[in-house]
Design a protein around this ligand. Sequence first.
Ligand SMILES: Cc1ncc(COP(=O)(O)O)c(C=O)c1O
Length: 454
Amino acid sequence: MPETTKYVLDESEMPTRWYNVIPDLPSPPPPPLHPATMQPVGPDDLAPLFPMDLILQEVSTDSYVDIPEEVLEVYRLWRPSPLHRARRLEKALGTPARIYYKYEGVSPAGSHKPNTAVPQAYYNAKSGIRKLTTETGAGQWGSALAFACGQYGLECEVWQVRASYDQKPYRRLMMETWGATVHPSPSEVTEYGRKVLADDPDTTGSLGIAISEAVEVAAGDPATHYSLGSVLNHVLLHQTVIGEEALLQFAKAGDTPDLIVGCTGGGSNFAGLTFPFLREKLAGRMAPTIRAVEPAACPSLTRGQYRYDFGDTAGMTPLLKMHTLGHDFVPDPIHAGGLRYHGMSPLISHLYETGLMEAVAKPQSECFAAGVQFARAEGIIPAPEPTHAVAACIEEALRCKETGEEKAILTALCGHAHFDLGAYESYLAGRIEDLELDDERIASALTALPDVTV
Ligand SMILES: Cc1ncc(COP(=O)(O)O)c(C=O)c1O
């Protein structure tokens, strides 16, 4: 029998429930606060931006949420996604480690983002909303939402961070092909965008600024809602379909992971892969180490503070207790645009504080070197974001080579780089820089944090 390379599931084996990790944790994460009252936000505070189904998922204490049939139908366009055994990478590295990767690049948008874009568009359409607004960093989330809105007849308006708008014209064209309207952020379309441009006409933008613009437009129109591609509990919930599938695939492989690595921007692909494994760990059925990998240029977990902060730059969102570099922090324009976010999901931040996971930061040159090595062995060219996970995976596999350990390593390969080849061009031409992020820059952004004493 030839050795298995891909562990695939039949459509009939696709999970029909999302998993909510919160009831299984030793304590729940601290609640979001209303910045005016400093009291926990209630459903009514969120209703101008989100439909009630998503608000209820945001605060749910149920362990499982059924995936609606209308969502499963769209999921079946690409799900279940494959789990690969990276045999050729193992050989290239000469490691005794067994390397697996769960590949989300098979979705129409080329990443994990449609796993939540589809249910978000579905619940909004069901509640009678006409349009969704959003931000996009890498262009991955915006294209996922553009695709999902098209499936349920919604309009979609996207603010794409200036750095990525300029680097990735084909991402914009994807969004437009699926019917969305795209603006560079900061834009002249919103009051906040005009203010930022007046202060700094050459700004490369940030996810925080783009969120402020998308929220401003949604808050001003009752037929429009806002949609977020990461950070919030309901987004992480939807992504758990990844980990639930991976568990079934590991059972087919007759293996269990000793280490799971994933990149973290706002935390959603990482949560999606790891939370079902964390459930198994908390129940004593396996014991994987769970490791987040963030960019050295935007190290919210490893160098940020665990404080209440705004999710956006203008301060329009509720206050979230999270690892943050400060909502004013504008990261250097690294190529992994989806990892350029000042904060981290409150749920991931809480897990990190509780000691249930660890985190490392990697400079982008190491990540691109790992991405190229991976592509030359396995064929798939990883998006700049998951090259961070690939770099951590290769690091561990080489450690195993030294120690002789036969660890099973599971990597989240959350997207491909077909629209990020400009980044690889820079790397191959030797133009990738690792700028030092000094403590003063972080300290200065942290001074803008609101004073919360709860
Ligand atoms: C391919 C890809 N990976 C990772 C991320 C980071 O987001 P998250 O941490 O929510 O998965 C993004 C965000 O845009 C992305 O496009």
